[in-house]
Design a binder for this molecule. Structure first.
Ligand code: ADP
Ligand code: MG
Length: 275
């Protein structure tokens, strides 16, 4: 199984749109995909067609309570499952504050899960708090969506440092493997310039000895497309909402590119210090 956290502590950069439509693209290609919605705003859950979950039917109960992933996971399409979020999740940050091992609760629940998936995709909240740390402890890959405006790389050092620290202290197999340019406006000069900056930032030789040394910038750029912004309110992926849109084309291409990456270490993460 490949396990991917879609992470950027900025809001509005395309995390949820990417988590949902990449997952749907992979599911359409015949792969079994589970999305875990770790954002209290529950946008991924809604986008995938679920109504607002009650507290005890959501990932909140998995992290704070006794629920297993299977208890709250719902199938939303062929090959596609979601572990929904709920507004209550916002309180988890506080409620887990005194808990020993609070960063590895999701990891443990995944270890105990008996379902087999080809892809696990986690939609992270726009923060680097305990929910995001649970995601980073539980996956082997981070995908970073970036919106190409002039501050795209601003604040990135904090995110990269967080990934690096988690990789060293908690989850030795964690790597930032993919950077995705989202909300791309191909007609503007700025988009082209920022794309060049991003290529250079993550280019050959950059980040040596860090968890992002091998990050690739995906060739597929997700163009700004109104259909992608409309689809969530219908509870449909872009493929259901408008299969002929640029958005569907871009996410289908991204899914193909993601499937094509050869990874040497695609197994479940191993905990630091574990035998
Ligand atoms: P995040 O999860 O990082 O906060 P979202 O995926 O929710 O970001 O995207 C922010 C907003 O931009 C949402 O309203 C979403 O529908 C819209 N959006 C995302 N990607 C695109 C795109 N490529 N074209 C047009 N609108 C987009
Ligand atoms: Mg989001």
């Amino acid at each position: 199984m490949r396990s991917i956290a879609v992470l950027n502590q900025k809001g509005g950069v395309g995390k949820t749109t990417t988590a949902v439509n990449l997952a749907a693209g992979l599911a359409r290609a015949g792969l079994r995909v589970c999305v875990i919605d770790l954002d209290p705003q529950a946008h991924a859950s809604l986008h995938l067609g679920l109504g607002v979950a009650t507290g005890h039917e959501s990932v909140y109960e998995v992290l704070v309570g006794d629920a297993s992933l299977a208890d709250v996971r719902k199938q939303v399409a062929e090959n596609l499952w979601v572990v929904p979020a709920h507004l209550d999740l916002a309180a988890a940050e506080m409620e887990l504050a005194g808990e020993v091992g609070r960063e590895v609760i999701l990891y443990d629940k995944l270890e105990a899960d008996d379902q087999e998936f080809d892809y696990l995709i986690i939609d992270c909240p726009p923060s680097l708090g305990v929910l995001t740390l649970n995601a980073l402890a539980a996956v082997t890959e981070v995908f970073l969506p970036l919106q190409p405006h002039f501050l795209a790389l601003h604040g990135l050092s904090k995110l990269l440092r967080t990934v690096d620290i988690v990789a060293r202290r908690i989850n030795n197999n964690l790597r930032l493997t993919g950077v995705i340019l989202c909300l791309f406006e191909s007609s503007t000069r700025l988009a082209g310039e920022v794309a060049g900056d991003v290529d250079q930032f993550f280019g050959a030789g950059a980040g040596a000895n860090t968890a992002w040394a091998d990050a690739q910038v995906f060739r597929t750029r997700i163009r700004r497309n109104i259909r992608l912004a409309e689809a969530p309110s219908f509870g449909q992926s872009i493929f259901e909402y408008d299969a002929d849109s640029n958005g569907a084309e871009d996410y289908a291409n991204l899914a193909r590119e993601v499937m094509g990456i050869a990874l040497s270490n695609a197994d479940r993460p191993k905990m630091a210090g574990a035998a």
